[in-house]
Ligand binder design. Structure first.
Ligand code: SF4
Length: 64
């Protein structure tokens, strides 16, 4: 896939850099969506760093 050639890009906000999906947004979204979760780039840096990708955690983070 053409888009995968841009993997390991740059703009990925996830600090779990050893993830095989890092920088490959389509796979990242597919993976977390299948688990009923959000992806890293929806969280504030502080919340992202906990690696809790649950929707509950996202809502708590969003409310501040
Ligand atoms: S959000 Fe999840 S799937 Fe995406 S790069 Fe980070 S750890 Fe990997």
């Amino acid at each position: 896939m053409e888009c995968r050639k841009q993997g390991e890009n740059s703009n990925c906000a996830c600090t779990y850099t050893s993830c095989a999906r890092h920088g490959i947004c389509c796979e990242c979204i597919e993976y977390h969506r299948s688990k009923g979760q959000m992806v890293a780039c929806y969280f504030t840096p502080e919340a992202e760093g906990t690696y809790d990708r649950s929707i509950k955690h996202f809502i708590e983070d969003y409310k501040g």
